[in-house]
Design a protein around this ligand. Sequence first.
Ligand code: MRU
Length: 345
Amino acid sequence: MFKTIEWKKDKVVLLDQTRLPEQEVYVECREVSELADCIRRLVIRGAPAIGVAAAMGIALGAGKIKTGDVRKFRSEVEKICTMLAATRPTAVNLFWSIDRMKKVVDVYAGMGIEVVKERLKKEALKIYREDIEINREMGKQGRELIRDGARILTHCNAGALATAGYGTALGVIRAAKGEGKKIEVFACETRPVLQGSRLTAWELKKSRIKVTVLTDGAAAFLMQKKMVDLVITGADRIAANGDSANKIGTYALAISAGAHGIPFYIAAPLSTIDVRIRSGKEIPIELRSGEEVTHIQGKRFVPQGIKAWNPAFDVTPAEYITAIITEKGIVKKPYLRNIQKIMKS
Ligand code: MRU
């Protein structure tokens, strides 16, 4: 089995997701700036995986700071955090993870720089291990929603590649399969970066889960043809009222699912819920380079002089979401109240 991200004695090793499925190559980051660049370029991507990468990046960067002065050390760590926070704006797991690492600095600063460095490493590895456990738990919680023989539509990649391992949406699918249920997955290709056809298809094939790829535009027709029983996706940020940001195209899937009476589920850890944000309107949406849309493998296929609009995510209003699967249980409407409840549990 592959490792999406791994801490290996003073370096962070990433499976290069820009090269999949043709090549399974690993990138070694020795500097936090290299890791930040990998997050920006989608070498590592997916909300929980970005969170783990940021934590490892802070531990890596802090370990390289050469000063005996605690104040100077803290200001250097702050700069590292600022650099990582600027990589991608939508997935809240990134900021959640940075905050958690900053707390470690606050708690241990009084014990000296070497102690803080050691503790940061420990915390990063803890975030990594916890992520896998959380995903497995989410799988156990969500598998009851999937009946034997279910045909499931998913979007983007919310699998082992998007997390420290196992996956969120794909974790629920894995857990259902693990119970002996027959499952068939339909993966939207996910334009423009093709996380569905390149990554989801790759990892499901490795796990021997039946998968068929379709263009994003074919999804509504698949539903109309009664070829799908439920939709499950991940999320990058969930507001207090349940509005959920996920890969561009998710909103269209949720509307189509609603129109066809098909349940639409989101699987996400509690670290993806941002209760400080009241509704989806406040979620910052990353706009990526138009080149991702105008070019395929370096070749332009849109007329010169034409611009592309390339939001990486959209927001699905809570009303279209049947339930949110978390590691602590399945959250249903009314989301405002039930999200508050689960966050306190
Ligand atoms: O741009 P990406 O590939 O980072 O987008 C990823 C997604 O939208 C995923 O669905 C989301 O992060 C959930 S991953 C468990």
